[in-house]
Design a protein around this ligand. Sequence first.
Ligand code: PMP
Length: 355
Amino acid sequence: MKIRQELLKNIRQVEPYVPGEQPQGRVVKLNTNENPYPPSPEVRKALDALDTDAFRLYPDPASSVLIKALAEQYQVGEDQVFAGVGSDDVLSLCFLTFFNSDRPVLFPDITYSFYRVWAELYRIPYECPELDRNFRIVKEDYYRENGGVIFPNPNAPTAIYEGLDFVEDILEHNRDSIVIVDEAYIDFAGRSAVELVDKYDNLIVTQTFSKSRSMAGMRIGYAIASPELIRCLNDVKYSFNSYTMSRAALVCGAAAVQDRAYFEENVRRITATRARVQDQLRELGFEMTGADANFLFARHPEHDAKRLFGELKKRRIYVRHWNDERIRQYLRITVGTDEEMDIFFRALRDILDNK
Ligand code: PMP
């Protein structure tokens, strides 16, 4: 049944974000930047110790155990941390809370495609300055008047990290706007802008448990900023849904943060495999934009990316491909285990040999 025009006029219609495929069964899954290794064994212990009788009660709306663990980890006040259901939840609330101007919010033309979706959903005006020829963010494009700025560092899907000088330059030129630095992949890259939150009252840094902490399925993300901005974010959260984080997510998240050694080893394994994958892709003639995340963004001058994507998929190997004009010759390839990458390369060589 079609929705009648009279009803349609009051319905919010949006073009939704399209997440990567989540195929079931035995596949090599290199398409949504998950971590191929399990989370810390401390997470299993925390889950085993959970009192399931307590599930009848609502969880702590302030997410205290998790916030405390994060505050200790990042050496900030507990009133400087906000937790949500993945960084998607945190970022979406940030758009709602901080981007309320008639002036456009600025984010790069090639970046995390959810930004555009939230801007459309909340009817926030936005503009998307183009990345340069080398897919770098042009910081001068963010000097103009705006209603806020957001960019990932490292950027996705380009995997290019910009140093803190670059971040500070954007903060300095936007003292009267909120600047959100989305650090979903920072642990694979370099220094975090968290160290700048006490210096800049306009800075919000977001991070996630989905990548370096191997917990995409638990849905945990967080923001770090000044206590005043965190208070604003909490006010909006409590106006929307007080009990966002489940009891399981809270204790598992805290356990993961506390196991620092496991986290470091996990990141080291991924970056070691990444270096090997980079070399092998280069040997096969691929060019890459950057290599500062747990994925690579690669193109081959002689092979059509869409065909490669399709051929890999036939072999049950999933990578990510977009049809957008500027990037349609690229594949985004998540760094998996060494074994997964060996399977990937065997398939890729076979496809390249049989043009
Ligand atoms: N930011 C960027 C740049 C991402 O690539 C992702 C992952 N899709 C997210 C945020 C959201 O991740 P999550 O909601 O799993 O924390």
